[in-house]
Ligand binder design. Sequence first.
Ligand SMILES: *Cc1c(COP(=O)(O)O)cnc(C)c1O
Length: 433
Amino acid sequence: MQTRFDLTQSDIPKAWYNLLADFPEPLPPPLHPGTKQPCPPEALTAIFPENLVRQEMCPDQWVEVPEPVREIYALWRPTPLLRAVRLERALQTPAHIYYKYEGASPSGSHKVNTSVPQAFFNKEAGTKRLATETGAGQWGSSVALACKLFGLECNVYMVKVSYQQKPYRRMLMHTWGATVHASPSDQTSYGRKLIAEDPHCPGSLGIAISEAIEDTVTHPDTKYSLGSVLNHVCLHQTVIGEETIKQMEMAGEEPDSIFACCGGGSNFAGLAFPFLRKKIKEGKNYRIVGVEPSACPSLTEGELRYDFGDTAETTPLMMMYTLGHKFMPPSIHAGGLRYHGMSPMVSHALKLGLIEAEAYHQTKVFEAATLFARTEGIIPAPESAHAIAGVVEEAIKARETGKKRVILFNLSGHGLLDLSAYETYLNGKLSDI
Ligand SMILES: *Cc1c(COP(=O)(O)O)cnc(C)c1O
């Protein structure tokens, strides 16, 4: 039985898919925090280069992938699609389970799919230096590599508690030549203010974003780079779903249910948006599910409203499912899912009833992750394991109802730098919040 479906280099997508063109209702625009009016492009070019601002608001259905970006994508793309036959057997399910493996990239996750084009478009626009934030380091390391490949300086604000407790991705960033600051830092006035108030402030993603933005607007030739949430990030990630559509055709099957974990929404968007095109345009009836942690449940328990992307209230207001920009997520092991808001595009798709959302506690997530590791071999990232928890439930439902389902999910990254979280789980020390 064929269980692995590989494409060739010429199958790397030549265009990204833009769901903005196909939404049955237009996406509410970002608002200027001062005027509360739709954000003029000029307000965004203070922190992003013009070419990426154009992509952020692009009405076209397809956006060309520049050849230099495709050449770098070829270092790890096309990524494989695999059928998880051993997991199916362990679950005694009639369901067929497929996964797209994005952990095959140099940084170990899907995030380089957007850091590379972001560095490319910045280079083209004359940017010399990028500032960004990172939680546990997945995004920071992806930007560090992309900057190095295009000859940009890279300045990363890393949430302090992760900087201290999770050294390996910090070392990756250093190896790829980036400068890394523990946030809150003494590099910005916002960071200095927070340190003065509380020298032991552990930091948060919202704070690190505020610092990276302040760094951007106070340094020449510097732009800001964000790893999720925004429209152009979701756009870049659609290489995942475009490849997967071809690979499911190779496998001769069509998915019934599609799962991906949701932090800011980008790996979910990457897999789901191309299938949403088929749902909207061809009347396909996929069940598409975003899976999030119960400890940070923006989609399942948040409110759909305009909110800031950061703690210091410097970003434009975005219409999204949010827990509030002052929400401090508890320190669960899936660091990449600890964000108060959700991508406006993913939020809009949920509001329109095109997708669904589920939330799981981390013990359940690690149970699913361990089962996957023991059957399929790959140690999943704790973030990706949320999708697996959803898939396991779906496969068990298929067993109980005797329905043959085809389930597809995005394995957004590997967990080889998250082994301490596995140890905590295996020692019985993991708790639900
Ligand atoms: C960052 C990260 C996520 C969460 O971010 P999204 O924008 O929601 O995709 C998920 N999986 C992995 C492996 C990550 O590194």
